[in-house]
Every structure is written in C-alpha cells, then in structure tokens.
Design a protein around this ligand. Sequence first.
Ligand code: BG6
Length: 499
Amino acid sequence: MAELKPSVIVIFGASGDLAHIKIFPALYSLWEEDFLPDNFFIVGFSRTKFDDGAFRKTIFDSLNVNCRKSPIGEDEFSNFSKHVFYLTSKYDDDYSYKELGRFIESKAKEYNMSKNVAYYLSTPPSIYISVIDGINNAKLVSNEYKGDGFSRIVIEKPFGYDYESARELNGKILSVFKEEEVYRIDHYLGKETVQNILAFRFANAIFEPIWNNKYIDHIQISALESIGVGFRAGYFDKAGVIRDMMQNHMMQLLSLVAIEPPPVPDADDLRNEKVKLLKSVRSLSLNDIKNYTVRGQYDRGVVGNKDVLSYKEEEGVPPDTITETYVAIKLFIDNYRWAGVPFYLRSGKRLKTHKTEIAIYFKKLPYSLFAKVGIENIRQNSIIITIQPNEGIAINFGAKAPGFKFDIEPVNMVFKYKSSFKLSPPDAYERLIYDVITGDQTLFARYDDMLIAWQLITSIINGWAKTERPSFPNYEAGSYGPKEADGLISADGRAWNNE
Ligand code: BG6
C-alpha cells in the first residue's frame, strides 16, 4: 500500500458543480474507507460567500445525492466535515492567496504535519492562469527536495482550447511547478475498466500474440451518450465533442488499446509508450479530413421514450450555434504492429444508447472449410471491451448450433465485473485523488502525450474551418448519429457495432 502522508487538499472552485458532484463525493468515500491520511484537511477556495458551517452544509446535501456511500447520516458526516474548511476568496487577488498560505501554515502547525499540499483546479479554465499566478506570487509552492513537503497541482480538462493554448497553459504551469508535480486529469484513466485494458493485454498469454495487423481487421472505439448537453452549454458550446471527448478520453483509449508493452508499468514508461504510439498516428491531410471525419449536431427526437429538444434549443445554447455534438474519425497508426488497420472512433450526445466500448474485430478466415457445405459468411471473431455500463469483456466466436443440421451461430463468452468480483468498482475520481495524494502519476496525462493529441485534433479543427460544414442539425436525437458516419465505415465494407 502506498504511503499516505499527512496532506492538505486545496480546492479552487470549491462551490462549483464539479467539486460537489465528483470531488467531494470521492473524498468522502476515500475517507470512509480509510484511504485518506489520518491528518488531512480540505480547504475550499471560491468566490461564493460561505463560512465553514454553511459550506459544509452544501457538501452534506450534495453527498447525499452524488456519493456512492449515501445515505450519509449527520454523525458520520460531522466526523468527516471536521476536516473541511472554506475561504471566501478572489482568484485575482494576492491577498486571498496570502490568507490561504497563512491558513495552511496554521493548520499544519495544529496538526503537526509538513506542508504537503495538493492544489486542485476545479474552476472554469479561464481562471487557471490567475490561480497559478496567485499560488506563485504568494510563494505557496514548496521545495520537496529541501524537505519542505510536497506541492502538487491537479488540473481538470479542458486543458487548453487548441494546440497553441494548451502549449501556453502548459508553459505557465511548468514555470511554477515541475512536471512530476503536475496531475492532468482525464477521468477515463481512473476507470477500472480502462485500467483493465492493460491487464487484459499484458497479463494474458492468449491475446497479445494476436494483437496486431496479422490478425486484427479493424478496431472501433465508441463513447455514445444518450444525455444531451444538460446544464453545461456555456462550456460545451465552445468545445464541441472534438475537444470535449476526442482530444482526451478517446485518444487515451486509443493509446491503451494500441501501445507496446512498457518495460515497467510505471508512470514514465507507460507514458513514454503512449507518446510513441500517438506520434505514429498518421496525420490527416485536408482531403483525409473531408473523407475520414464526420461531424453532426442533434435535432429533436425521442430518447428513452421522452421527446427531447434539438441542441440549438437547449438552454444556454446560441440558436445559431455551429458546434458539433457528434464526431466520427477514421485513423491509421503507422507502425509495424498496426500498419493497414483502421481505427474508427465515434462519440456523440443524445444518441440511442449510452455505452463506451472498444470493439476489436478479427480478420475473416483465410479459407472457410464450411463454405463447401453451404455455410457462407461466418461472422468475424470479435472482442468487445465494455467500459460502461455493464462493465466487462465479451469474446464472440462461432459455435455449432445444436441439431442434426450443421449450422454455425455466433456465441459470446462473457466476463462481467459485477458477477466476477461482486464489488462495485470505485469511482474514477476516488482512484485519481488517491493517486495524487500518494504521488503516482501513472493515470494522468503527461505534457507530451497531451500536446501530441492536441496537434492531431487541432489539425482536424483547422481542416473543418476550410471545408464545407454539413448543414446542422443532421441527426435525430435517439438515433446512432448522422448517416454520413455509417457511410464512413460502410465505405470500407464494415459496420458500427450497434448491438
Ligand atoms: C466529460 C465530458 O469529460 O466526460 C462530458 O466533459 C461527458 O461531456 C463525460 O459527458 C462522459 O464521462 P463518463 O464518465 O460519463 O463517460
């Protein structure tokens, strides 16, 4: 078990949704399961006026809605909330950061602990620079090598808006913190099923030998959501699916399914392999962008028996918006293992189902023995890794259907997390916050993998600006996305896995 040093977690943007929906529920679960150090305290730093008591009350209410440990009684909560404090602050005011410094100092004395501090940026990204400047000006970054305790910074996405802004933000962070102190969150990496991709590939003798272009025909990575934009229009309309999902979550899934085994499964080696892999993703010419990418925006429709609005009609979305709510991309990885194998990625909102999966399709048989007895079109073997919901892995193969007639039917061999382990996996944020406290960067993006992913995504965004945009909306809510996305894959004689 990793060492849990006494720690302080400062949450910038503590009164916001992310803190209430994800960060505090994760902290509470960690505390309840004894995964937080004995001496720890959490400082909320936000503009909204609260005293400690009023702030704790907002946390109590939201835990009872958002925490997997709910219902949480007042007594249990009061033991947790003794560790929670709040400072009403201004992000662009040096005085607020000095106050924060004094507060940390006094609590560290009271708890008799070194100043091990994780600064968690859960503010809107427009405030990141002010916070980093504030931390720096108030000299709140300690030098771990001089025995001062650690300083770590945790940054939520979106990490920049395009390659240039991501590079600038990165430069700013690295002018104050060292790379080994920076934790760039991609919550997909905290999901158990995503971590399992590595176990599945590298802890089993039967899969890795066939994990290459000799046996694999193509790979599909899908993150389909049935929800719409919800209350996040202000952020989402500036981002679109290409920045919101493709640059981060989808690129991370692509990396994990395609990387070479690292020499050691630690933060540096794993991330070195990701960088190598992402560097091998073929860049897209303007013509490729026309032919290999599809964007869409949802119209009205029916999702789960409910009539839903079009994207343009959602609250907070400008009616003349041209933001995409769906993207499909075909990519190639130019290396020995993957040459010639297409990777089809798609992600969208207000689709028919909610599922995130990686579907690996194997090549057709080189020769079909059973064609001679009239059995044509035996289905390709496939492995479907379901990231969510119903987390698990299914291997699809052909079996003789019972009876006197010789017929081959596809069947599934299925592993499900819930039935095999009888435990519900911790939320991704629990795992990631725990790793921040213990100092393990394995499940966080490094500056170079993040920037290479931005390079590819920025080239697509720039290419779209130069090519004709489809007329939006172009898919019905409750469908599987624009018909052009079906065309993207069917042009190659393949089909999306919509089962
Ligand atoms: C977030 C995106 O990073 O991931 C959201 O900003 C998206 O738009 C969400 O809905 C999906 O995460 P999950 O864990 O529900 O698949």
